[in-house]
Unconditional design. Sequence first.
Length: 382
Amino acid sequence: MCMLKVVQVSWNWINESGGAAQSILNFSRVFNSTVISFTKKCGRPYLGSESTKQVHIPYNESAVNRYAYTRSHIKKQAEDLLVHADLIIIHGFYRYHFDWAVNIATKNKIPYWIIPHGSLDPFVFSYRTLAKKIWFIFRGNNGFASANRVVFATESERDKSNIPISPEKSIIVNWPVAPVNTECVSEAKMRVRSEHNIPIDAKVLLFIGRFHPMKRPIETINAVAGCNSDVVYLMMMGPDSDVLTAAECEKHCTNHGYKNICFIKPVYSQKKYEFYMAADAFISLSYRENFGYTVAEALSTGIPVILSPGNDLSKDVRLLNCGWLLLNDNLDDATKAIKAFIATPNKLLAEMGRRGQQWAHEELSFEMFNSKIRAAQLLKKS
């Protein structure tokens, strides 16, 4: 049987792109695909992608112009790859790479899939609303209408979609997360807490994510500070965004006299799991997480979670009793959940974590991801 020639097209396939970047690598593992990325910071391939054939086209953008790219001979090479594909998988939209890939696919009658990565969430339309509506009128509607598949990472992501996607065209596939070896939990806890001057008997929360208003790092700090507890510590790790930085969040803590907030330079690959194991629970008060790789990684590591309703995995784990799943974005309720976490004995926290871990191992395996994606590939276009 002939091998299907799959090419993925994305924007900014680098470590700082978080979960979307990891999902590209997962699709590459299924199809042994080539990845074409319009990349702002060329020269820094995504960790773990060294064996993946990839083409990075230099790309520049500003807040005003998201369609600017550096004209390059590399783009012509990428076009030659794309026209010979049997299937094109497009990650994200609202940018030039989407239009470019759709135009080539349409012209050459090549089937293509779209991976929204949360960009159809109503929250996304709460800012730059007019520009996005115009984009859909002139580009997006036709692009989605001609797509063979639209792949959502969770049921909630699909249900919240701001545009109608037919059931025959949409599929739900949880992104996979590898099982975590937690045999060295005690050693990791001792090492990380010692390095950051955190008492071994403290109750430690972990925030991992971009320092961006959507992720609500300032609100997370305020919710922890609202507990007025010397027992709870918050570890914060992630890359800066163009609108908020870790240094600005640290200054916020200094200005308000908040203590027990530790800022840690981002680490990637297996190293980051030491911080999951050093924590007693994971917290995300984000307005929007269409899947939430960090949430899935926390569950896979076996620690409870405190999640806002914007975390779409909340619906999947709501009945597991593996943490505190908030019903709104009110900071008082977040603080109450943190107080409940502080009051929960470590033995019960461990039991909550094990329930989430079992679910993650069963539902977020690469084998399940692979089988669902392969099944979607075999379905005829609706």
